[in-house]
Design a protein around this ligand. Sequence first.
Ligand SMILES: [Zn+2]
Length: 479
Amino acid sequence: MARTVLVGGTVVTVDADRRVLDPGAVAVDGDAIVAVGPREQVLAEHPDADRIDLADHVLLPGLVDSHGHAGHSLTKNLADGAGDDWLDLVKEIYFEATGTPFWRAEGRLAALERLRAGVTTSLSYVGSMPRVDDPRFAAAAATGYREFGLRHVVAVGPPDGLPVDCADPEAGTETTVDLDRAMATTGAVVDDLHGNADGRIQVAVAPSSLVPEMDEAGNATEASVDQLRRVTEFAEREDLAIHAHAYEGEIAAADAADPEVLTERLSLAHCAGIDSEEVALMAENGVAASHGPLTHAYAWDRFPVVEAMEQGVTVAVSTDGSAPDRSFDLLSQGRIAAQLQRAHHGDTSLLPAGRVLEAMTVDAAAALGLGDEVGSLTPGKRADVVAIDRRSAKLGPHLDTGQTVPRLVNYADGGDVSFVMADGAVRLRDGAVVAPEAPTVEAVLDDAAAAAGTALDRVDAADALEPHPDLWGAVRYGE
Ligand SMILES: [Zn+2]
């Protein structure tokens, strides 16, 4: 007997038949969905269950943000307009000026933002690229996701530019990370976190780059091949997903070095600048892509989103949140991704709304290897459900069920999410957070501000908060 029925409203299942039920209902027992169907039928089958009234709401699967970064919630807009200097500053902060309080405070803020945006499953690197001198940072970064009851993939693995120096000012330690150390810490993080919180906290083996170094001919260097093989072997041994940034040439270089490393286990962020041969390699080998439409990577170079989808590559839309200039509001990214493709190709027929929603739900779950667990409202999957009030000036009036998915994708933002259930527990109700194990919203914000201030002081970069001289009136920064 199901314990709770979420009584819709319109239920957008994104299930195998892409059913949209109006009115529909979702029955939940413990942490699992046990029935999804027409409202009266589900209620008749579960007469004794508790009921949560979500009439006049649209229910959809918890959103899946397949790429983002821990740390970035405390470096948003730092050095605005400074181009690549921004990345240099955050690397200095992340690798030399932070201890566990920073990562814990940041993780709580990031988890809270994602919860409010209806993102119940997410991935974040621990840093701009993984900080792996000590497994405590990954554990601290995951704390908020655990407390707010969300599903989270902690991405750790070798950073670029090995060996990398790290310092923890609070512990008074300095460490140089080489590949052995990076893999050892990754193993410790897996032992420590993978499968925690009833399986909600998972770990992906996540080198910052698929192929960090290539020679002039575009071949992976010996060190990069060695890293790639060790990452792949480790992930296979531990049965983990692999996630990495990849840019032009890296997929071809990985394939040339060792075709065994391109598998369905692998998802790649950005893929900017890749050509049709690399798209074909992804399609042939089941390698998924996480596309961030607002990333600098995409501003610099295209990922052929439409072409990849047409060839059968699983393409997720992700945030790459939340710095230097984008939020964790995944829902808004979908229509931005679609609009950028339409503008590029001069074709407004591209990327129908249903396909866009798939890229933030089922396809994003598949990209992370979580397709059997989340991404659709299907009996047997985890009970991750989001609801949006459709009676608002922006989303109303409700005319016909056939309008629901385009209305949602074209108009709704994370801020419209009013209800979130994650793993069967209600975490947002009438817009208010329900997380007894987590600090209050005020405490999260206060701790975050304190941690950011401390980190900026340590690198003597308080001036990074000042507005750029070209903020007003100029056509471009740095004129
Ligand atoms: Zn990224």
